[in-house]
Design a protein around this ligand. Structure first.
Ligand code: GN1
Ligand code: MG
Length: 373
């Protein structure tokens, strides 16, 4: 934990007036460290200061360039809407004294600062269909507002981020290296992953690659990356670190991964995990309400493959990290990444059993927009 003095020095670099009344660690992210800075001046804004994980985001300059472009684009779209309020609906980064939107301190750490949006909340677990519906609207609108931005012009800040082929090859490499001799205890999980690998290569096949448009996607659509207002209405999509070129099904799948699961991402007892189908339906409705108008047929038909792929890929990533010695995701105890792996594989298994039903729900919701669905 950083001291107030340290944090105040860093905050001082940014063009903002904050007299820090209190400081606390904020959020449940696995990668960056976030601090909430309460302003002594009750009328002044509170801030979030983020220490960017430089091992994961190796090029902070490019990361920030992507973010600024996306934020500008979103703000101009919101401002053009009659009822739109860009300050509330889009995050605001604070410029540094050198004109850049990040700061490197004398210990080499990278920082950025943004305004904290008051009277908003996030949920790690979704509680109501209204919340799920609003989450769907938020990510659908996000993609919609960015659908006229050329995706290829964004930097690929983490290459092959959602490429299952390279995730599987990283897993194979970890198994080969086996630095902590953890492989023998995870044979069952490795075999299970292997058994579904061919099917999960769907988005890597030439046929899909030519049929599916590359769009600007968020790539980390956990439900807790949507800020809801006091009435539980969608207000703002946050965590724009991984906004890059991708397929819409990745975003749909990652959101569903965190919404339908009745337990946490790292549930200790996989048998307790269940699927909440009404939440799936509500998210899908909200999403298609905003995105149904610009999606093409092949994209709608790919959504359920995204729903299967994302928990599967997440399991591959957690297991790779477990075998490699927990160097990527923050862990709270030894074996945490293995526990996450097992929970994600169970979720995948349940979703796999229900895939026809999920497809039917998407088609039924889609028929509100297109007759042929
Ligand atoms: C990480 O930022 P955070 O902690 O929500 C990860 C995502 C994973 C997620 C799993 C850059 O996201 O890809 O889906 O953990 N972010 C990065 O909970 O790897
Ligand atoms: Mg993130």
């Amino acid at each position: 934990m950083q001291s107030v003095k340290n944090i105040a020095e860093i905050a001082d670099f940014f063009n903002c007036r904050v007299d820090i009344a209190s400081l606390k660690k904020f959020g449940s992210g696995h990668i960056n460290n976030t601090y909430f800075l309460k302003n002594t001046d009750a009328d002044g804004p509170d801030y979030l200061l983020q220490q960017i994980n430089h091992r994961v985001f190796t090029d902070v300059e490019k990361l920030t360039a992507n973010m600024c472009r996306v934020i500008d684009h979103l703000k101009s779209k919101v401002a053009a809407r009659e009822s739109g309020c860009a300050e509330k609906e889009v995050m605001t980064l604070i410029e540094g004294r050198d004109g850049k939107y990040f700061y490197q301190d004398n210990r080499g750490s990278y920082w950025r600062m943004c305004i904290f949006l008051r009277d908003t909340k996030t949920y790690d677990l979704v509680e109501t269909t209204k919340q799920a519906f609003e989450g769907g609207k938020a990510f659908g609108r996000f993609q919609n507002m960015l659908s006229d931005m050329r995706a290829e012009t964004l930097y690929e800040v983490i290459p092959n981020f959602h490429n299952i082929e390279s995730r599987l090859s990283a897993l194979r490499q970890a198994v080969e290296d086996d630095p902590l001799k953890r492989v023998s205890a995870v044979r069952a999980q490795l075999d299970y992953i292997d058994g579904h690998a061919e099917e999960m290569r769907y988005f890597q096949r030439p046929q899909q690659q030519s049929a599916l448009p590359k769009r600007v996607t968020h790539n980390d659509t956990k439900f807790n990356n949507v800020l809801l207002n006091e009435l539980d209405e969608a207000q703002c999509v946050i965590d724009l670190d991984t906004v890059m070129c991708g397929y819409v099904a990745y975003d749909f799948g990652d959101a569903i991964r965190t919404i339908v699961n009745t337990r946490a991402e790292d549930e200790e007892d996989p048998e307790k995990i269940g699927l909440n189908i009404p939440l799936f339906k509500a998210y899908t409705k909200g999403y298609l309400q905003e995105a149904g108008g610009f999606l093409i047929d092949a994209e709608v038909r790919s959504l359920i493959m995204g729903v299967l792929l994302l928990p599967y890929m997440q399991a591959v990533r957690f297991l790779t990290d477990h075998i490699s010695g927990d160097t990527y995701f923050k862990i709270k105890f030894e074996g945490h990444n293995l526990q996450r792996t097992k929970a994600q594989l169970r979720l995948f298994e349940l979703l796999y059993e229900q895939k026809e039903e999920l497809d039917r729900i998407v088609a039924a919701e889609m028929s509100n927009y297109w007759k042929e669905f």
